[in-house]
Design a binder for this molecule. Structure first.
Ligand SMILES: [Zn+2]
Length: 417
């Protein structure tokens, strides 16, 4: 491959583009083109594909997932604060040996997928003397081409992943098969590895944790085939794989939706992924959720574990933890008002009547219900007291609570005779 044969093309583009792009951008592009051509010329297409694939996986999945795992292990109190499912999402609960096995298998699967990709390329180019599955040329893909290629590949990957995950990995096994065969089908392996009872709250390492057979079918095949189907340029492939790695990392991180970078895309994917694991694989088969929504396989509320009777201990706790964390501000406010009411009801009658001197400092921000409640209390006082004094002004609950506490400290409540 002669390097000089590629020079005129970028030079032409530099001459043709100054109207739309700056001189420095063209120069950078030219520099990038020359570096890329040199790399391809000196290392050969197969090695370039291997390095770029490994770089995308290591930089955007392997290293960040290990960093997140170390963060979860070393500062559990901080991790607990941002985990969507509380303590059940902390990897430390699995124990050192189990965690090491999970991490090892997850990283082995990543290497396996890179190896499988290189194996296919080697067979095609070196054994069968065909063209490579991905486009590995010196010419650079244009921005519009990169965007359309990634969009097409995402659609193909989503469809393939949905079909394989739903029908092959979560399909009902045939009853005609002998039990020994049934227990070693991809579906049985996927259930016993990725859907193990102890792994219902995901963390980043679990994105690539599965038995190698279902992993290659479910993760590697849709990802690689979606790029091969449109014969993606190897540089676009590197970018595509980096984006997918980030998607897998964040959607399996197990962190609160508010912590994740995009509240629409990544957080939605993370919630759907959580629901897939929590329901034991009863829906949400594709990461983007469109096919699940169209074909009615989104995980429904009733598919999630509900109570003690229906859930195993982990699932039940997860749901309870999730519910606890999703309490709205409104509900919390209502509870606070309820507690305040309760304190007012417990207030001894005599003390209520002696509060007038403090009443003028209160903030009047309570609802009508509370005022009604105060009126009821006043009526009760009228009935119990032989000589009723003039009714005090309805007081805000907040003020009463404060007075009750301060008076409680000064004078312990006296019992009425
Ligand atoms: Zn599954």
């Amino acid at each position: 491959m002669d390097l000089t044969s590629f020079i005129p093309l970028p030079l032409l583009s530099v001459l043709a583009l100054p109207a739309v792009s700056s001189y420095s951008t063209s120069l950078n592009l030219l520099f990038f083109y020359m570096t890329w051509s040199t790399l391809l010329w000196s290392h050969g297409p197969l090695r370039v594909e291997l390095f770029s694939t490994l770089a995308a996986r290591v930089l955007f999945y392997v290293l960040p997932s290990i960093v997140l795992l170390l963060f979860d292990l070393s500062i559990p109190s901080l991790a607990l604060a941002i985990k969507a499912h509380g303590k059940h999402a902390l990897p430390a609960r699995l124990g050192g040996a189990r965690l090491a096995r999970i991490t090892f298998l997850s990283l082995l699967n990543v290497l396996l997928s890179v190896g499988a990709q290189l194996g296919i390329e080697y067979l095609l180019t070196q054994v069968f003397r065909m063209r490579s599955a991905l486009r590995i040329t010196a010419s650079l893909p244009l921005p519009w081409g990169i965007a359309t290629s990634i969009l097409q590949a995402l659609l193909i990957r989503g469809t393939l992943q949905y079909i394989i995950h739903r029908f092959l990995l979560h399909g009902k096994p045939s009853t005609y098969l002998p039990s020994i065969v049934r227990s070693s089908t991809p579906a049985a392996l996927h259930t016993s590895y990725a859907h193990h009872k102890s792994l219902r709250a995901p963390f980043a390492i679990l994105a690539h944790y599965d038995h190698p057979v279902p992993y290659l079918l479910h993760i590697f095949l849709p990802t690689y085939f979606s790029a091969v189907a449109i014969r993606m340029h190897v540089l676009t492939w590197t970018l595509y794989l980096a984006l997918l790695s980030l998607e897998e990392l964040l959607s399996h991180s197990g962190y609160e939706v508010s912590v994740l970078p995009s509240s629409i895309l990544v957080a939605g994917m993370a919630r759907r992924r959580d629901a897939h694991f929590l329901s034991g694989g009863k829906g949400n088969y594709a990461p983007w959720g469109m096919l699940d929504w169209v074909l009615g396989t989104s995980v429904k509320k009733e598919d999630l574990p509900k109570g003690v009777e229906e859930a195993d201990d982990v699932g039940e706790d997860l749901v309870r933890e999730g519910k606890k964390r999703r309490k709205s501000v409104k509900e919390n406010g209502r509870k606070a008002i309820g507690r305040a009411k309760k304190m007012v009801e417990e207030e001894p009658v005599e003390e209520e009547e002696n509060e007038d001197d403090d009443a003028d400092t209160g903030a009047h921000d309570e609802s009508d219900n509370d005022e009604d409640n105060d009126d009821e209390e006043d009526e009760a006082e009228e009935e119990s007291e032989p000589e009723p004094e003039p009714e005090p002004e309805p007081e805000p609950v907040e003020e009463k609570k404060r007075t009750t506490r301060s008076q409680g400290r000064r004078n312990p409540p006296r019992k009425k005779s």
